[in-house]
Design a protein around this ligand. Structure first.
Ligand code: PGA
Length: 230
């Protein structure tokens, strides 16, 4: 596969607590890198964080109207978000459905935001690759209905690896990334789940892993800078 610039996405989740801390963290992240680096702070800090590439962590299915507490793709675009994570396991656990993920992806694309679709919810550490492909394949089919797959980035994040300190093996991640890219025509497949400064390189050297989605380690500037430099 042709190797483009690797993409490293920081998912800060519900951190940090204040806008000042968010600004301070962003200011410590290296700017001089050959990789495409995207910071996804909590949506409401998007205007506080200074960084070339910003992304949202979620968006509403709706664009405008009587939907209290929602943030739409149009609003994210107006705050400068170029990317947005969708379908993260932590949201699927809260009840987000594939139908709603599909609607969100279409909304994001309509506003020129690149969706980063997470798949891998519902997998378990004991699953073999075939079982994982079945689960991930079903998610992709439903989430990408009516969507040009070439417009979407997919992050394979086995749910059991998220925030546990137990990442998948690079070989397993590569096999699933190969499946996602060839069978589902996705040009950029990321791996996420307990990525850190020590293991990032082993994932990035795989042929079909186009980058990383990083949670916990993205809150530690030194560790995240090591990942960016890997
Ligand atoms: P983690 O999270 O790096 O802390 O495992 C990854 C993610 O949830 O995107």
């Amino acid at each position: 596969m042709l190797q483009n610039k690797k993409l490293i996405v920081a998912n800060w989740k519900l951190n940090p607590l204040t806008a000042e801390e968010a600004e301070a963290l962003a200011s410590k992240i290296d700017l001089s890198t050959e990789k495409e680096v995207v910071l996804c702070p909590p949506n409401l800090f998007l205007t506080k964080v200074q960084y070339p590439n910003l992304g949202g962590q979620n968006c509403s299915e709706y664009i405008k109207g009587p939907y209290t507490g929602e943030i739409s793709a149009a609003q994210l675009a107006s705050l400068g978000a170029k990317y947005c994570i969708v379908g993260h396991s932590e949201r699927r656990k809260m009840g987000e459905t594939d139908t709603s993920i599909n609607t969100k992806i279409i909304a994001l694309l309509n506003y020129g935001i690149k969706p980063i679709l997470c798949v891998g919810f519902g997998t378990s550490v004991a699953d073999d690759e075939l079982s994982v492909m079945k689960i991930v394949g079903e998610q992709l089919e439903q989430d990408l209905q009516g969507v040009d797959p070439g417009q979407v980035i997919v992050a394979y994040e086995p749910v059991w690896a998220i925030g546990t300190g137990r990442s998948a093996t690079p070989d397993h991640a590569e096999q699933i990334a190969l499946y996602i890219s060839t069978k589902h025509h996705i040009t950029k497949v990321l791996y996420g789940g307990s990525v850190n400064g020590k293991n990032a390189h082993n994932f990035l050297k795989q042929n079909h892993i186009a980058g990383l989605l990083v949670g916990g380690a993205s809150l530690l500037a030194d560790d995240f800078n090591t990942i960016i430099a890997s």
